[in-house]
Design a binder for this molecule. Structure first.
Ligand code: GLC
Ligand code: MG
Length: 424
């Protein structure tokens, strides 16, 4: 990864369903807590890797439904597909490697002999992943018999059972753990092995992540029986693996604290930044904090106080200009007045704001260029604003940064052009 020089401070490798994403948490609060933590303190020098059983298509579907950050690396289809960056460039060397002793046709022929195996839908079948549903009682029998039969036909497979229902057949060299080991090997060649790696999961297909040497691991509190059983049998004495007491993304945050991997208090958990001073000053933290305030202001979760409006006016440079996606312009202080009037307009509504892909560069002795995606979910409307901000360092301000200029563009032009109020 060329986003920064040298090794990542922390690499988080996390499963999505029931680990990063809590399908029972309709407000996505623990995920939003993780997002704020990551963007404020980790994005600039750490790596986020999503490792999912989902195919690329079904991963994209999840991204459209849940406030997932953009990962640096995506491992999909149970470790059989790896892509890099925002544009998801596939790792073709990995795909090539998986062709060894693999034949999808032979796997399909041999599995057809087991009527208990119900094929998963077409969209979940991938070049190096053949997937079925099967009940627990039958699964173990198949796991014992099938690999030998395939071996006789020259095919070397790995069978993984997850969530007490899903059975995946992959090439022997595939799997989430093998994919991670491959990434680490490549980092080593480049002299960029992350300082710490934390793996996070909840079900059977995550088990091999915890066997990768030198990683920390967290099984979220809601982990499936088959993963906990694997842990009891294989890794119980490993002090670097914990079973969190918190669900999903909250369990990941808990593990960051437990293993002392870095800041573990999400800005979302800080109600009042005036009272609770965080001694990390960075443009990223500044952006995360501002949009949390913006969300809380509109949800009426902070006090309606003129003091807050004045504070904003001291942080946003009086000469500063906001360029709206439509191309129109407005002085910052006018935007703040518009925002002040919106107090509580989203009270009792579904309204969340989060930022993704924050990057910043010091472009002068006291000036920073900050870029990020600002996402706003309002009811069923989801909007993304690609945002650029100039910030300058001002020692006299409480957090040191002054917003000097801001420009936004709609990521998807077709969305909600009828917005009448312009504010950040
Ligand atoms: C995901 C995939 C599915 C797979 C399961 C377990 O749900 O969509 O195909 O069987 O993970 O790995
Ligand atoms: Mg899962």
């Amino acid at each position: 990864m060329d986003r920064f020089n040298g090794s990542a401070r922390l690499m988080i490798v996390s499963d999505l369903d029931s680990t990063m994403v809590d399908h029972d948490d309709l407000d996505n609060l623990s995920l939003l807590r993780f997002n704020a933590l990551w963007e404020a303190y980790y994005r600039h020098d750490s790596l986020l890797v999503f490792s999912t059983g989902r195919s690329p298509t079904s991963y994209k579907k999840l991204r459209n439904r849940k406030p997932l950050l953009t990962p640096d690396i995506t491992i999909m289809s149970v470790g059989t597909e790896i892509t890099y960056g925002e544009s998801m460039v596939p790792d073709t060397a990995w795909t090539q490697y998986l062709n060894q002793k693999w034949s999808r046709d032979i796997v399909t022929q041999e599995t057809a002999k087991f009527p208990e195996l119900t094929p998963q839908s077409e969209k979940d079948q991938r070049p190096h992943k053949v997937s079925f549903f099967v009940e627990k009682a039958k699964a173990w029998e198949i796991i014992n018999v099938l690999p030998k039969r395939l071996e006789e036909r020259g095919v070397d497979v790995k069978i993984i059972y997850s969530s007490g229902i899903a059975l995946d057949i992959l090439p022997q060299g595939a799997g989430k753990g093998q994919a991670l080991a491959y990434l680490l090997k490549n980092f080593k060649v480049d002299g960029k092995v992350p300082m710490h790696t934390l793996v996070c999961g909840d079900s059977g297909n995550d088990a091999e992540l915890y066997s990768v040497p030198e990683v920390y691991g967290v099984m979220v509190s809601n982990a499936q029986e088959e993963l906990l059983q694997w842990y009891t049998q294989n890794a119980k004495n490993n002090p670097n693996i914990i079973h969190a007491t918190e669900r999903c993304a909250a369990g990941i945050i808990q593990a960051i604290g437990k293993f002392f991997l870095g800041p573990n208090v999400s800005p979302r958990d800080i109600r009042d930044f005036q009272k609770c001073k965080v001694d990390i000053f960075s443009p990223s933290h500044e952006v995360v904090k501002f949009y949390l305030f913006y969300e809380r202001w509109r949800r009426a979760e902070v006090e309606k106080s003129e003091q807050y409006v004045q504070n904003l006016k001291s942080v946003f440079c009086p000469l500063g200009i906001y360029v709206h996606p439509s191309g129109g312009e407005q002085p910052f202080h006018q935007c703040i007045d518009s925002m002040a009037k919106l107090y509580g307009d989203k009270q009792g509504h579904q309204f969340r704001v989060w930022v993704d892909r924050i990057s910043s560069a010091q472009i002068g002795s006291d000036i920073w260029l900050v870029k990020f995606h600002k996402w706003e979910l309002s009811g069923n409307e989801l909007q993304c604003y690609v945002t650029t901000v100039l910030m300058s360092l001002k020692a006299e301000l409480p957090d040191g940064f002054s917003w000097v200029h801001m420009h936004q563009t709609w990521l998807d032009d077709s969305r909600a052009r009828d917005q009448t109020v312009w504010c950040f």
